[in-house]
Design a protein around this ligand. Structure first.
Ligand code: UDP
Length: 369
């Protein structure tokens, strides 16, 4: 008999959901994380009474009522709606691409005028079947918008040419012919009242937790503690990078406390020109309609990934996806180990997808238990 049923490696959302569900089913879990806090990249730190999203802005949105009810059973969500503003060399545009943006860009006032303008630009560009992000973007919104709001932002974000990026990345963004600045189409959206830590703390209530524990530094001893390992870290690292390292895009966050109440009037302002070295400035208090006397802003700088840097975005191009499939085949052979989450599945997941993935795995693993 081992001490635990499950050793959950990683206290991010995927690990928290799995641990919660297993505990609910009477299983004994030990959750470990190499950081000094839980929540993975959803973690918030309180600065000046403001919940600062330490690993980048997280805005919860989903179309799935079950997932929405699930998160709301741990913490109530507010009515925050993401409506970023883009700053292109001092010109401001609403995002996502909608009638407000089209008016700001072309002074077109009706959906028909906007559609005609886009159609004219798409025709000029002569793209039939988009094969990369640039072609996909131009065929959705035309050249003007691509040049001002997409090209440089995307190339800064990913550190490569838009022509070398997969088209699916841009399909995340809605294009709408209504005056609607909601960044997402999903039915449910919001930020946990009191911050994301409430959600992950709620999930891990009653679960044994050890922080600042590196799985790879104590692999044998830790593995011996539980019948099953639930691994949510990088899949290539689990297998000692034997086929080579998967690529990621990393980020650097530069927080600043300002002695002013309201710096930019919006939670998210994207800088879509090529010269500004950061991609966006987040003003955290606006996620929760904060009225604190000061404000905290964070500039987000995309970075090349190197060993030791935080792996943020998987680069789901053909080369990396192929490498991932090799690791996945190994993972499928591994006895008593469950793999899941953004890093183990090498997927550009939003939070609701992470929760969906964990709940699906729980269902397969526990059946009707
Ligand atoms: N994007 C863009 N201009 C913007 C915002 C987004 O071109 O002002 C594109 C860019 O290619 C980016 C993708 O849309 O990689 C997805 O952006 P999103 O903000 O959804 O990404 P995340 O919040 O996950 O970083």
């Amino acid at each position: 008999m081992k001490e635990f049923d499950y050793l959950v490696v990683g206290a991010g959302l995927w690990g928290c959901v799995f641990a919660h569900e297993a505990t609910k089913r009477g299983k004994k879990c030990l959750v470990i994380d190499r950081r000094n806090h839980i929540g993975g990249n959803t973690y918030c730190e309180n600065m000046e009474g403001i919940n600062v999203h330490k690993y980048g802005a997280h805005i919860f949105h989903t179309n799935d009522k079950d997932i929405w009810d699930y998160v709301n059973s741990f913490v109530e969500f507010n009515r925050y709606t993401n409506s970023p503003v883009a700053n292109f060399n001092g010109e401001l545009y609403n995002l996502p691409f909608n009638m407000n943006t089209f008016y700001q860009l072309w002074k077109v006032r009706t959906p028909d005028e906007a559609k005609a303008k886009i159609a004219e630009q798409v025709k000029e560009a002569g793209i039939k079947e988009p094969t990369n992000l640039e072609e996909q973007a131009i065929s959705l919104v035309g050249v003007d918008m691509y040049e001002k709001l997409i090209k440089a932002y995307t190339e800064k974000q990913w550190g490569r040419k838009a022509t070398e990026l997969p088209a699916f990345i841009i399909k995340r963004l809605p294009v709408r012919f209504t005056f609607d600045n909601n960044y997402f189409n999903d039915r449910y959206q919001g930020i946990p009242i009191g911050g994301y830590n409430k959600l992950t703390e709620g999930l891990l209530e009653g679960v044994e937790l050890r922080l600042e524990v590196d799985f790879f530094a104590h692999r044998e001893e830790l593995g011996a503690l539980a019948d099953t390992i639930v691994y949510t870290g990088k899949i290539d690292e689990y297998f000692d990078f034997r086929f080579g390292a998967l690529e990621y895009r990393s980020l650097r966050f530069d927080d600043e406390i300002l002695d002013t109440e309201n710096y930019q009037g919006n939670a998210v302002v994207n800088y879509t020109d090529a010269e500004t070295p950061f991609t966006r400035i987040i003003e955290h208090k606006h996620f929760e309609f904060g009225t604190q006397p000061k404000t905290v802003i964070t500039r987000e700088y995309p970075q090349e990934f190197s060993p030791g840097a935080e792996p943020y975005y998987p680069i789901n191009d053909d080369k990396n996806d192929q490498l991932f499939r090799q690791y996945k085949a190994l993972a499928e052979q591994e006895q008593h180990v469950i793999f899941g989450g953004r890093l183990a599945e090498y997927r550009y997941y939003d939070m609701h997808q992470v929760i969906g993935s964990a709940l699906k795995k729980v269902k397969v693993h526990f059946g009707n238990q």
